[in-house]
Design a protein around this ligand. Structure first.
Ligand code: PA5
Length: 444
C-alpha cells in the first residue's frame, strides 16, 4: 500500500494539524462518497474503479490492437484533462523517451494543446509520409485548440487515405450524448468512446480519455484500474491513519501557516509529466475564490541545479511533496577502476539507486533545515498497478482538500475568461458586443 510520511513536516505544523481537521475531513469524505457536495454531479470518478464499464475496456483493448496494426504513429488530440493524464502515465510507465524506444507499438504524439502554427506544422509534416491514426479527446467537444488540430489532422488523413480510409483511423472520445464532436462522429461514422457526464476532464484519466492511448502503447490498463481500486479501499476508509486524509490535512494546515506554494518533487525523470497532470488536478480544483495552494513541480536531481537555490533560500512560503518508488525496475552498478581519475572510488560497488536515495535524503534534510516542510509519498514500483494507486490517491486527496477549504473542486469557471476574449477577438458569432467593446477600447 502507499505510504505517506509527514515526519519532515511536523516541525512546521501546529500540534492539532490533524485533530482539528477530523470533522472537516469526515464531512468531506461523506460529500465525496455520497456525491452531494459542491459539484457533486461530477463525482462519478469516486466509484469508477469499482463500477467502470468492463465491456468498454474490452473494446478499448481491441481498438488498441487495431491502432497498433495499422499505424506507426498515433496522434492524440486533446488539452488539459483530455491529455495530461495519458501523457503523464505514458511517460511514467513507458518512458519520457517512449517515441524513440517504441518498437512494436506506435509512436504517440500529443497535440490539440497549442495554437502554435510552428508546432502544428512540424507534426503534420512528420506524419505526412507515415501511417497514422487519430484519437481525438474532448469531453465538451467544443474546445478550440482541440477542434483546430482535429480539423487539420483529419484533413490530412482524408488526403492520404480518402474519406473511407480515414474513417477507420479516427477514434473519438467524448461525451456519450452531447456536443459538436459527438454529432460530428455520429454523422461521419467514427468509432467512439465515452467520458461519463459525471466525470470532469482532470479526473478522467481512468476513463477512455486516458486509457485508449495507454492501451495503444501496450500498457496494462487493467492493472492500472486494479491499482486504483486498491487505493480506493485505502483512502475511502475514514480515519486519521488514512494517507489521503493525512495529505489533505497537512497541506491545508501548511497553507494556514503561510505555505502557499506546494512543489511536487520526484527523483525520476519518468515522473516529470506526472507533475504536469498533478498541477492541473490541484490547480484547477482549488485555485478559486481568491485562495488555494499554488502547485509547482520539479524533477530532482536535475532541478536541484536550477530551482534548488530558490527552494533552499528563497521566499519561505513553500512546502515540498516528494513522490518516490520503493523498488526501482533496474539496477545500475558503479564500478570505477581504482585510480581512474573519476574521483568516484568511494562509490565502488554501489548501485545508482543508492546514490539517488542519498540525494533525496540529503535534500530533505537541507530543505527542512532551510524552512521547507517535506512530505513524502512512497509507492511500490513503477508499474501500472502502482500508477493506478497514485492517480486515485491524488484524485481523492484533491477532492477532500477542496471540500476542506470550502471550494467546489469540480468546476473551473476561471478557464472560461480567456476563451470569451479570444472568441470576441477572433470574430466568433455570438461575441459581437464584446468584440466591439474591445475594438473601441483599443482605439482609445
Ligand atoms: O479539467 C478540465 O475540465 C479541463 O482541463 C478540460 O479537460 C479541458 O479544458 C479540455 O476540455 P474538453 O475535454 O471539453 O475539450
Amino acid at each position: 500500500m502507499l505510504q505517506f510520511d509527514v515526519t519532515h513536516a511536523l516541525p512546521f505544523l501546529p500540534k492539532n494539524w490533524m485533530s482539528s481537521r477530523l470533522d472537516g475531513l469526515t464531512e468531506a469524505c461523506n460529500l465525496l462518497e455520497r456525491g452531494n457536495g459542491l459539484g457533486g454531479q461530477f463525482t462519478g470518478w469516486v466509484k469508477l474503479p469499482e463500477t467502470y464499464d468492463r465491456q468498454e475496456v474490452q473494446r478499448l483493448l481491441q481498438t488498441a490492437q487495431i491502432i497498433r496494426k495499422q499505424s506507426d504513429v498515433l496522434i492524440v488530440i486533446g488539452i488539459g484533462g483530455s491529455y495530461l493524464g495519458s501523457r503523464a502515465l505514458l511517460e511514467l510507465l513507458a518512458s519520457p523517451h517512449y517515441n524513440l524506444l517504441a518498437r512494436k507499438t506506435p509512436q504517440i504524439f500529443f497535440t490539440g494543446n497549442t495554437l502554435s502554427s510552428d508546432a502544428m506544422t512540424e507534426l503534420l509534416d512528420y506524419v505526412r509520409d507515415r501511417d497514422f491514426s487519430i484519437n481525438v479527446v474532448s469531453k465538451s467537444g467544443d474546445t478550440t485548440e482541440t477542434a483546430i488540430a482535429f480539423l487539420l489532422f483529419r484533413q490530412l488523413l482524408e488526403e492520404k487515405y480518402g474519406k473511407d480510409g480515414a474513417r477507420d483511423r479516427i477514434f473519438v472520445t467524448t461525451d456519450r450524448h452531447e456536443g459538436t464532436l459527438r454529432a460530428l462522429a455520429s454523422r461521419a461514422g467514427y468509432a467512439t468512446f465515452s467520458v461519463p457526464a459525471s466525470i470532469g476532464g482532470r479526473y478522467s484519466v481512468l476513463t477512455a480519455a486516458g486509457l485508449l492511448p495507454l492501451a495503444a502503447a501496450g500498457l496494462d490498463i487493467q492493472d492500472l484500474l486494479m491499482g486504483a481500486a486498491d487505493a480506493r479501499k485505502l483512502v475511502s476508509k475514514p480515519g486519521q491513519d488514512n494517507p489521503a486524509w493525512q495529505y489533505a490535512a497537512a497541506r491545508n494546515a501548511l497553507y494556514g501557516e503561510g505555505k502557499n506554494i506546494e512543489v511536487l518533487a520526484c527523483y525520476e525523470p519518468h515522473l516529470r509529466a506526472f507533475g504536469e497532470w498533478w498541477k492541473q488536478l490541484f490547480g484547477e480544483s482549488e485555485g478559486k475564490e481568491g485562495q488555494g495552494v499554488f502547485p509547482a513541480s520539479v524533477e530532482f536531481t536535475a532541478d536541484l541545479h536550477s530551482m534548488g537555490q530558490y527552494i533552499q533560500e528563497g521566499s519561505r512560503n513553500l512546502f515540498e511533496t516528494v513522490v518516490r518508488f520503493n523498488v526501482p525496475q533496474s539496477s545500475c552498478l558503479l564500478d570505477p577502476t581504482p585510480g581512474d581519475g573519476s574521483g568516484l572510488d568511494y562509490l565502488r560497488g554501489r548501485d545508482l539507486r543508492f546514490v539517488n536515495e542519498q540525494a533525496r535524503r540529503g535534500t530533505a534534510l537541507a530543505h527542512t533545515a532551510g524552512g521547507v516542510p517535506n512530505l513524502l509519498l512512497t509507492a511500490g514500483e513503477r508499474t501500472p498497478y502502482w500508477a493506478g494507486q497514485l492517480v486515485y490517491f491524488f484524485e481523492y486527496a484533491c477532492g477532500l482538500s477542496g471540500y476542506l477549504s470550502g471550494v467546489n473542486p469540480f468546476d473551473q469557471p476561471g478557464v472560461e475568461a480567456y476563451k470569451h476574449n479570444m472568441f470576441a477577438l477572433l470574430g466568433k458569432p455570438g461575441y459581437e458586443a464584446q468584440r466591439k467593446a474591445f475594438l473601441d477600447q483599443m482605439e482609445e
